[in-house]
Design a protein around this ligand. Structure first.
Ligand SMILES: Cc1cc2nc3c(=O)[nH]c(=O)nc-3n(C[C@H](O)[C@H](O)[C@H](O)COP(=O)(O)O)c2cc1C
Length: 186
C-alpha cells in the first residue's frame, strides 16, 4: 500500500487555536510514522457555508473538504468544548460529510478516527469527547481507543510559539497517531 492519507480537521476561528494545534500535532506524529497528511484548520472550516440538506450545490471549498475526507485512510477531528458540546463550526463540517452517505465506502466506514477536545475545564473535555465518539460511531467510523481531552487552562500545553510542550499530552498524541496508523495500514 502507498502511504496512508490521514486528514485532520478542527479548531476555532481564532488563529492558532488549541484545537487546531492538537489536530496538527497528531498529523505531525502520523507523518513521522509514514503518513501523508492534510489539515483543514479553523479558517478552512469557517469558509464552509452553513450546511443545508435541501441545497445540493457545493462551493469549491465544500467539494475540496468532502473529497479529501473521501480519499482518507484515517481521520483526526479536533473540537473545542463549547457549552459542554461540539462547536457549531466543527459540527457544520461534519454535517457536510452527509455527502459521503451514498459512497461505496459510506461515511467513515472502516476508518480510524482520532479525537481531540480542548476545553477550559475537565467536565466539557469529557462530555465533548463522548459526544464526538457518538458522532463517529453514527458515521460508522472507529474512534481510536485513546481520545485526548486537554484542559487548556490547567495544563497550558503550548509554548509562546504554539509548540506542544506538555510531555503527557505529547505522549498521548504519539499513541493516538500509532493507533490511527495501525488501522489505516490494514
Ligand atoms: C462559546 C464558548 C463556550 C465555551 N464553553 C465551555 C464549556 O462549556 N466548558 C469549558 O470547559 N470551556 C468552555 N469554553 C472554553 C473553550 O472550550 C476553550 O477556550 C478551548 O480551549 C477553546 O480554545 P481555542 O480557541 O484555543 O481552541 C467555551 C468557550 C466559548 C468561546
Amino acid at each position: 500500500m502507498s502511504r496512508p492519507l490521514i486528514v485532520g480537521f478542527g479548531g476555532t476561528t481564532r488563529p492558532g487555536s488549541s484545537g487546531e494545534r492538537m489536530v496538527a500535532a497528531v498529523l505531525s506524529a502520523a507523518r513521522a510514522l509514514g503518513a501523508e497528511t492534510r489539515l483543514f484548520g479553523g479558517a478552512d472550516l469557517a469558509a464552509l457555508p452553513h450546511f443545508a440538506p435541501e441545497n445540493r450545490q457545493r462551493t469549491v471549498e465544500q467539494r475540496e473538504f468532502v473529497d479529501a475526507v473521501r480519499a482518507a485512510n484515517g481521520l483526526v477531528i479536533g473540537s473545542p468544548g463549547y457549552h459542554g458540546g461540539v462547536s457549531g463550526l466543527v459540527k457544520n463540517a461534519i454535517d457536510l460529510l452527509e455527502d459521503l452517505r451514498d459512497d461505496d465506502r459510506v461515511y467513515f466506514d472502516g476508518l480510524p478516527v482520532g479525537l481531540a477536545v480542548t476545553a477550559a475545564g475537565w467536565q466539557a473535555g469529557g462530555v465533548t469527547l463522548t459526544a464526538l465518539r457518538g458522532i463517529v460511531h453514527a458515521m460508522r467510523g472507529w474512534p481510536t481507543p485513546l481520545g485526548i481531552a486537554v484542559n487548556t487552562v490547567a495544563q497550558k500545553p503550548f509554548d509562546a510559539e504554539g509548540h506542544l510542550v506538555d510531555a503527557g499530552i505529547l505522549e498521548q498524541v504519539q499513541v493516538q497517531a500509532q493507533q490511527i496508523m495501525l488501522l489505516a495500514d490494514l
